[in-house]
Design a protein around this ligand. Structure first.
Ligand SMILES: Cc1cc2nc3c(=O)[nH]c(=O)nc-3n(C[C@H](O)[C@H](O)[C@H](O)COP(=O)(O)OP(=O)(O)OC[C@H]3O[C@@H](n4cnc5c(N)ncnc54)[C@H](O)[C@@H]3O)c2cc1C
Length: 494
C-alpha cells in the first residue's frame, strides 16, 4: 500500500528576543522543521547573558553561576550534534567561599558528603543534621522539581497524571506552608548555616523569610548536582547556542525591535516591526511578560492579576578591573550582611539597599586566566537591589559603592579603591533599558508567595492560538536552566 508522506514544511515561527530562552526555542523549532526567525532588539544574542571588555578585562554582564548544564547540552543532542564540540565546560569542586562579618569563613564544596563533614567541623553541629538536610533537598528536587519545573501547571492533564499525584502526596506540609528561613532554623539551627541555606532564595530573586520551604530543593543543585564553568566564561553558553541555531538554518535579525504581535480572530498572524509585517504561523515571545502585554498586545486584555505580582529583586553590579590578585578569593565569593532579614525587608518593602548589604564577588579569571591581565583580576561585584520604581539611583549607587568598598577593605586587609583601574556599573534602570525587563527585575515575578508557581504566566497563551511565552518571567521561572525549560515546555506543546 502506498502511504503519502506529508513533506510540507510546518511553517514559519518567529521568536521575539534572543535571550537564552529565545536561543533555546529557536533550536527546538528548527529541529521540528520550522522556518525559524529570531528578532532581537540588541546588536547581539544573549540578552542578560552577554559579555563585554573593559580594556584588557573581560566581563560576563549578568549570570555568573552555572547549574543544570544538561538543559544546554540536551539541545545539541536533540539536533544530533556533539555537545562537547560546541560547548566544553567543566565541573567545579568548590561551590562558593563564604565570609561572615564575625570573622567566620567557609569554603562550601559541591560534594555533599564533603560539604556536610566540613560544615559540621566549622560550625560545631552534628554532621548527620546537615547530611539529612541535603538528602531532603535532593528528594524535593527529584519529586517536586519534576512537577513544578518540568511540566505545564495550567493543564488538567498534569494534575491527573498518576505520577504527579503520587509525587505530590509525598511532599511534607511544612515545605509547602512554612517559609524557607523558618524551616532552615528548625532543621539546621546554627545561624551561619541558616543564612547560607537561606541564600538559595536569591536564586530567583526572592525573600527567604517569605518564599516557601520548597525552595530548599535549590541547595541540591550546588551541593549535589554540582556547579559548572563553561570554557570561555558564561557567554560561551550564548555563543554555542547561537552557533547551533545558525548551523540549523535559523535566521537572526539583530538591531530590530518588534512593535506588535499581530492577532486576528484570536489567532496569531505574525509580528510588526515599524511599518513592516512579518507573517508567521507561530510566535514565541521571550520579551518580559509585562512588556509583551503592555507593548506588543496593547489591544488584548492583559492578565492583570499575574502582571500585578510582586517583582523579584534587581541588582547593582560593579564591574571592576583590579590591579592585584587575592589568594583568599575564589570564583564565587559571598560576604554576608550581619542582618539578613533587615536586608530583605528593605529590598522588598522599603525600596532601599541596606548600609550593610550582602556582597557577591565573581572572578571569572580564577578559572579563565585570559579574562584579566597578568597580576590583575576581573571582579563582578553584585549587591541585591530593589526593583526600579524611580528611586534616586545616582545617590544609591554612591552610597552602596562606599559601603561595599569599606566592607571588602576590612575583609581583605587592604584598601580596595586604589586597586580599581577600570569600572562600569549596571543598575536596575540600566538592566530595564538594556533588556526590556520591567522594573529591572532579574527573574520576573518573585516567588515570595506560597502560590507563586501558579501565579506565573503559562507558556501557552490561553486565548491567542499560536502564541507562546518563554523566558525567565513566565513558567517555570527565572535563571538560565528554567528559562531553557520554558522553551522546552512551549515547543513540546506545539
Ligand atoms: C546581574 C544578573 C545576574 C544574574 N545571575 C544569574 C546567575 O548567576 N545564574 C542564572 O541562572 N541566572 C542569573 N540571572 C538571571 C538570568 O540572566 C535570566 O533569568 C535569563 O538570562 C533570562 O533569559 P531570557 O531569555 O528570559 O531573557 P533576557 O536575557 O532578558 O533576554 C530577552 C531578550 O529579548 C530582547 N527583546 C525584548 N523585547 C524585544 C522586542 N520587542 N523586540 C526584539 N527583541 C526584544 C531583549 O533585547 C533581550 O535580548 C542573572 C541576571 C542578571 C541581570
Amino acid at each position: 500500500m502506498n502511504r503519502k508522506v506529508d513533506t510540507t514544511p510546518p511553517g514559519r515561527a518567529v521568536v521575539i528576543g534572543a535571550g537564552i530562552a529565545g536561543l533555546g526555542a529557536a533550536i527546538r523549532l528548527a529541529v521540528k522543521g520550522y522556518d525559524t526567525h529570531v528578532v532581537e532588539a540588541r546588536k547581539e544574542p544573549g540578552g542578560k547573558l552577554h559579555s563585554f571588555d573593559l580594556e584588557g578585562f573581560r566581563f560576563d554582564a549578568g549570570p555568573s553561576l552555572f547549574t543544570m548544564p544538561e538543559q544546554v547540552t540536551e539541545l545539541f543532542d536533540l539536533a544530533g550534534r556533539d555537545p562537547a564540540a560546541y560547548f566544553p565546560y567543566r565541573q567545579l569542586n568548590d561551590a562558593c567561599r563564604y565570609f561572615w562579618p564575625d570573622g567566620h569563613r567557609f569554603i562550601a564544596r559541591t560534594d555533599p558528603e564533603q560539604f556536610a563533614r566540613e560544615a559540621a567541623a566549622t560550625f560545631h553541629v552534628p554532621e548527620s543534621e546537615i547530611r539529612e538536610h541535603l538528602i531532603h533537598a535532593r528528594d524535593l528536587l527529584q519529586s517536586a522539581g519534576k512537577v513544578f519545573l518540568h511540566k505545564p501547571l495550567n493543564r488538567w492533564q498534569t494534575w491527573t497524571d498518576p505520577a504527579v499525584v503520587t509525587t505530590l502526596l509525598t511532599l511534607k506540609a511544612a515545605d509547602l506552608l512554612y517559609p524557607l528561613d523558618r524551616l532552615n532554623r528548625l532543621r539546621l539551627k546554627e545561624p551561619h548555616l541558616v543564612q547560607l541555606f537561606n541564600r538559595f532564595a536569591t536564586y530567583n530573586g526572592s525573600d527567604p523569610y517569605r518564599t516557601p520551604g520548597l525552595m530548599t530543593m535549590i541547595a541540591a543543585l550546588e551541593h549535589g548536582q554540582g556547579v559548572f564553568f563553561p570554557e570561555g566564561g558564561m557567554v560561551a553558553i550564548t555563543r554555542a547556542l547561537h552557533q547551533l541555531g545558525l548551523d540549523l538554518g535559523v535566521t537572526y535579525h539583530f538591531n530590530t525591535t518588534v512593535d506588535e504581535i499581530l492577532v486576528q480572530q484570536q489567532k496569531v498572524r505574525g509580528i510588526r516591526i515599524g511599518t513592516e509585517t512579518m507573517p508567521a504561523d507561530l510566535v514565541l515571545s521571550d520579551m518580559d511578560i509585562w512588556y509583551t502585554y503592555r507593548r506588543l498586545l496593547p489591544d488584548h486584555p492583559a492578565p492583570e492579576r499575574i502582571l500585578r505580582q510582586e517583582r523579584s529583586t534587581s541588582a547593582l553590579v560593579f564591574y571592576w578591573g583590579i590591579q592585584h590578585t587575592f589568594e583568599e578569593l575564589g570564583l564565587h565569593n559571598i560576604f554576608f550582611s550581619a542582618d539578613y532579614q533587615q536586608e530583605f525587608d528593605l529590598l522588598f518593602r522599603g525600596e532601599e539597599v541596606t548600609d550593610d548589604p550582602t556582597i557577591y564577588v565573581h572572578i571569572s579569571c580564577k578559572e579563565e586566566s585570559g579574562d584579566a591581565p597578568s597580576g590583575g583580576e576581573n571582579w563582578f561585584v553584585m549587591v541585591n537591589a530593589p526593583r526600579h520604581e524611580g528611586q534616586d539611583w545616582t545617590a544609591i549607587i554612591q552610597e552602596v559603592r562606599n559601603n561595599v568598598l569599606k566592607r571588602l577593605t576590612r575583609e581583605l586587609g587592604q584598601p580596595i579603591e586604589p586597586l580599581i583601574v577600570r569600572e562600569k556599573i549596571w543598575s536596575p534602570p540600566g538592566i530595564e533599558a538594556d533588556t526590556l525587563s520591567y522594573q529591572g527585575a532579574l527573574y520576573g515575578n518573585s516567588s515570595n508567595n506560597r502560590f507563586s508557581a501558579f501565579l506565573r504566566h503559562p507558556n501557552e497563551n490561553p486565548t491567542i492560538q499560536g502564541l507562546y511565552h518563554i523566558g525567565g518571567t513566565v513558567h517555570p521561572g527565572g535563571g538560565i536552566p528554567l528559562s531553557l525549560l520554558s522553551a522546552k515546555i512551549s515547543t513540546e506543546r506545539i
